[in-house]
Write a protein that binds this ligand. Structure first.
Ligand code: SF4
Length: 280
């Protein structure tokens, strides 16, 4: 038995989500910023965290974008095996993006061609990843990604003989060099293993995990915690102006890898965290 999901319902729910994400910082992120403010002793850090919280409040109340960079929309779609979607899921998501960015006057930041750079005028296309899962539900995770932090991200191949300590050094050094330009406090998404594109996919997906949820594998969960402390010891702080809060979380996702390889992707998420999901 298949469950039929209508195009209209998906369009409506995804549009609502994209609109909400542009105007409203997720509650857990706001709470994390408040906690960080209480921990901070650095005056600059306190000022920046206050501004970020004030900015979130104004955006929510006045329905103004959280950031002037309204980002590129990334969608992770989980399609239940027993779901029949009436229509083309990619087309529906792009219609939703078009609808929100045009009608809510959000900044259109996508150009048709990387070299010729003509704006598409409606912020499409979105980046859409589809995955078939068990069940009869459709789940769509949306991340609105600003490019200050995307530009500060990387995918690389390391030596398969790398140790845990060397890996941690690699990540911390990356944040030291590129973190200040990525509008901290950050969420550091890390993808390890698989091929080059798989590692990049995992790093992006890692950003979506709830802030306080550690990797289920305690080995990686402990590395996440150690990395978070080391990154916060860098002293970059909110807005790069110093302090204890360079990152709010470090999330690692892993995948098996070839014996000759060690793929690593580090995707930095800025303080304008705009992600959420709908289930139909
Ligand atoms: S990196 Fe994030 S906070 Fe900074 S300008 Fe871009 S979207 Fe805004």
């Amino acid at each position: 038995m298949y469950r039929v999901i209508k195009e209209k319902e998906i369009f409506y729910k995804v549009s609502q989500l994209i609109e909400e994400l542009n105007f409203s910082l997720p509650k857990e992120v706001e709470e994390a910023l408040i906690e960080a403010k209480e921990r901070e002793t650095n005056k600059n850090a306190q000022i920046v965290l206050n501004i970020l919280l004030q900015n979130a409040k104004i955006a929510r109340e006045k329905r103004l974008p959280i950031c002037q960079d309204c980002g590129m929309v990334v969608a992770f779609v989980e399609i239940g095996r027993r779901v029949h979607i009436e229509g083309d899921i990619e087309k529906i998501i792009n219609e939703a993006v078009r609808d929100v960015y045009v009608n809510k006057f959000l900044r259109k930041s996508v150009v048709k061609d990387p070299l010729r750079r003509i704006n598409t005028e409606d912020n499409t296309p979105a980046i859409i990843h589809c995955e078939i899962v068990d069940g009869d539900k459709l789940k769509i995770f949306v991340l609105i990604k600003g490019f200050g932090s995307e530009n500060a991200s990387v995918v690389k191949n390391l030596l398969p003989t790398i140790s845990k300590e060397e890996l941690m050094k690699e990540v911390v050094e990356h944040v030291r060099l590129f973190g200040p330009n990525a509008c901290p406090p950050l969420i550091v998404g890390i993808g390890i293993g698989g091929t080059l594109e798989k590692a990049a996919y995992l790093a992006k997906k890692a950003i979506l995990r709830p802030l306080k949820q550690k990797n289920k594998d305690s080995f990686w969960g402990e590395i996440e915690e150690e990395l978070l402390s080391k990154i916060n010891e860098l002293g970059i702080g909110p807005g790069g102006l110093g302090g204890k809060t360079t990152a709010l979380a470090v999330h690692i996702e892993t995948f098996p890898v070839h014996i000759a390889g060690f793929t690593l992707a580090i995707n930095l998420q800025c303080c304008a965290v705009r992600h959420g999901w709908v289930e139909i």
